[in-house]
Design a binder for this molecule. Structure first.
Ligand code: NAD
Ligand code: ZN
Length: 349
């Protein structure tokens, strides 16, 4: 088992190993006194892993209840949050009790948000079961839900008390969902680590423990520097402004990771055409994304994507902050006037 320490406003550990689910009870006992736990999960993950988690937690002296909702991004709404917190109240969870997010990013974001608001905030623990959740969403304390106007438009910063990443759970992921997580893995290399990016050509699955550990160390460094996203943390949004627009234009038919992959290609190609980034780096990115079976293009027009992207919360007045690669390993925040965004996206298509 590997441990990565995150020194956020409330420090916590990320545990990474291939046999941790059946030990989650004892691992939780290291950070929690015996209490009532509510495991939040989706129907797919619950069918695969809920019983094992419950068994281990009960054996460690915890009293558990569970709340399971239908899988998928469509569940990531205020309505589900209301159902979760009503359930917590009915189950009489108190301030000293705790939630456990057992699942992917949707479960983690919602469980974290419910924990942030229930009784004005109780503890929660992340047990990520997708690659995306393992390397990205379970670390950093961003929680929230989607609104009709866009993704992740309501939420709170709320750090977990512990992250337990058992990567053997990734074995049951559909290949496309594993690939989605690969987009976020590749993103870290592009943002600030050329050596890591180069190592990924050896395959992500083949070096999964190292990959997860490096990604969470990378993300935790960024979170420690800028927990509330005033500056450098925005670099983690590489490919995301356009990616979110792609997700929305497709009515969420294109998944988050796939959209981020396409979004990264669009900004990097635009940077190449503007003479900011070498062509060879774009080719290296395309090769790595294709190796992990990720899409690299979409059929939406620059106008369609711009219309949706300008409703993005990263917009500040009449400008939008984009993360632009100057090379693999060197990305920068670039403030672009809103009326230049369409032209920029056009160059990237
Ligand atoms: N909070 C953050 O910092 C942050 C960062 C990145 C992404 N996100 C959010 O994360 C979400 C995407 O996360 P995701 O891709 O994990 O989505 P997800 O949670 O919907 O999981 C994808 C699918 O895989 C299934 N699944 C999960 N684990 C499985 C397993 N081990 N075996 C088989 N099936 C399994 C789920 O039931 C679901 O159908 C988005 O809502 C995105 O906005 C948040
Ligand atoms: Zn993402």
């Amino acid at each position: 088992m590997r441990t990565v320490k995150v020194n956020a406003s409330t420090p916590y550990d990320i545990l990474i190993g291939n046999d941790l689910l059946d030990r989650c009870g004892e691992l939780c006992r290291n950070v929690l006194s015996p209490c009532r736990l509510c495991i939040v999960s989706d129907d797919t993950v619950a069918a695969l892993y809920l019983e094992r988690a419950e068994k281990s937690l009960r054996a460690a002296g915890f009293d558990t209840v569970s709340f399971v909702f239908p899988h998928g991004e469509a569940s990531k709404t205020m309505d589900t949050i209301v159902n979760i917190v009503e359930f917590l109240a009915e189950s009489r969870l108190t301030r000293t009790d705790c939630l456990i997010a057992l699942g992917g990013g949707v479960v983690g974001d919602m469980c974290g948000f419910a924990a942030a608001i229930y009784l004005r905030g109780i503890k929660f623990i992340q047990i990520p079961t997708t690659l995306l959740a393992a390397v990205d969403s379970s670390v950093g304390g961003k929680t929230g839900v989607d609104l009709k106007a866009g993704k992740n438009l309501a939420g709170a910063f709320h750090q977990p008390s512990l992250v337990i990443c058992d990567y053997s759970t990734l074995d049951t992921l559909p290949p496309e969902t594993f690939a989605d997580g690969c987009a976020e893995v590749i993103k870290y290399g592009v943002i600030n680590d050329r050596a890591f990016f180069d190592r990924l050509s050896g395959g992500i699955r083949e070096q999964i423990e190292d990959v997860i550990a490096e990604c969470v160390m990378n993300k935790s460094r960024v979170v420690e520097e800028d927990e509330f996203e005033a500056g450098t943390r925005q670099l983690l949004n590489l490919g995301h402004t356009i990616g979110h627009a792609i997700e929305l234009c497709s009515s969420l038919a294109i998944s988050h990771g796939s959209a981020v992959a396409i979004g990264m290609v669009i900004v990097m190609r635009a940077a190449v055409r503007e003479g900011l980034c070498p062509m060879a780096d774009l080719e290296a990115l395309l090769a790595l994304l294709r190796r992990e079976k990720l899409p690299v293009s979409c059929d939406f027009t620059a106008e369609q994507l711009t219309a949706v992207a300008t409703a993005d919360k990263k917009r500040k007045g009449n400008s939008i902050t984009l993360v632009v690669p100057y090379s693999i390993g060197d990305t920068r925040l670039v403030k672009l006037p809103i009326d230049e965004l369409c032209g920029f996206i056009q160059k990237g298509l």
